[in-house]
Design a binder for this molecule. Structure first.
Ligand code: G1P
Length: 290
């Protein structure tokens, strides 16, 4: 069955970016000139996704406006003859009816956020994208995962090796390699201390899940940090269905972290021909002071 729907949990408060996120959704923080959420939505559409489901919350109006028409801006750009920009802002509005918004009323965890989309997903496999995880690659991760899913017909999560002392930030796997870039997961644990972690192989925010996951999410059992964790539901699902990990190619940036966010900005700006030379010149200049 084709992966048609993607869930974007976007209800988080973004406390790590206060004061920037006091009145603004953290998913609207721009990397260069594009909000984080737009990178993720573009990745989803490029992977053949037809319906976007935002699990949102209070204070996230800017997200809805971002993916809507802005007649005022269009009018100004039209009058000024800025046709390129006009095309850009028109193109980022998805076809009417392809974005659905639902709300997570309380911050009960990632697992709970996804469970909020259960009736919209129904009985079909679906994707989950966490916009905080930005991946610079020429092999877009979700497109690759959709291809793997077509063959493996099982749930699959993007994975990468992390520093051993960082395991308490991730879902960590006990897994074995089964083919190039694919591991089969035996067990998983959410945010273990480094001395208890089964490995340093971590889940990164791209998933394709079978709808069976909703049965386990619906149990609403609390895990790490007192939250309903997706990792715990996947661990329970493992008893019934195989789950694979896809070791993606490319550089991942943790844009939920201030340093990671700055690194993403630099890396993506260096890819822009209009900025590259200026930035390199500046980096060389300040490097002398390090
Ligand atoms: C979430 C997941 C975690 C995963 C991580 C990837 O954690 O719970 O398993 O490794 O995303 O970014 P969060 O970053 O929301 O705390």
């Amino acid at each position: 069955m084709k992966i048609r729907k993607a869930v974007f949990p976007v209800a988080g408060l973004g406390t790590r970016f206060i004061p920037a996120t006091k009145a603004m959704a953290k998913e609207m923080l721009p990397v260069v000139d594009k909000p984080l959420i737009q990178y993720a939505v573009e990745e989803a559409f490029a992977a053949g996704i037809e319906q976007i489901i935002f699990v949102t919350g209070r204070g996230k109006k800017a997200l809805e406006d971002h993916f809507d028409r802005s007649y005022e801006i269009e009018h100004v750009l039209e009058n000024k003859g800025k046709t390129d920009l006009l095309k850009q802002i028109r193109e980022l509005v998805p076809k009417t009816g392809t974005i659905i918004y639902t709300r997570q009323h309380e911050p009960l965890g990632l697992g709970h956020a996804i469970w909020c989309a259960r009736d919209i997903i129904g009985d079909e496999p679906f994707a989950v994208l966490l916009a905080d995880d930005l991946i610079q690659t020429d092999k877009p991760v979700l497109s690759e995962m959709v291809k793997k899913f077509d063959r493996l017909r099982a749930s699959i999560a993007a994975v990468m090796e992390v520093e051993k002392d960082q395991t308490d930030k991730y879902g960590i796997l006990d897994a074995q390699a089964v083919e190039k870039n694919i591991v089969k997961i035996n067990n998983m644990v959410e945010k273990p201390n480094p001395d208890e972690a089964p490995s340093n192989l971590a889940i990164i925010g791209r998933y394709i899940l079978t709808p069976k996951i909703f049965e386990y999410l619906g149990k609403k059992e609390k895990g790490a940090g007192g939250e309903i964790q997706l990792t715990d539901a996947m661990k329970a699902l493992l008893k019934e269905q195989p789950i694979y990990g896809y070791k993606f190619c490319g550089q991942r940036f943790d844009c939920g972290d201030k340093a990671g966010f700055q690194m993403a900005n630099l890396a993506f700006a260096l890819e822009r021909p209009d900025m590259r030379d200026k930035l390199i010149k500046f980096i060389k200049k300040i490097q002398k002071d390090f």
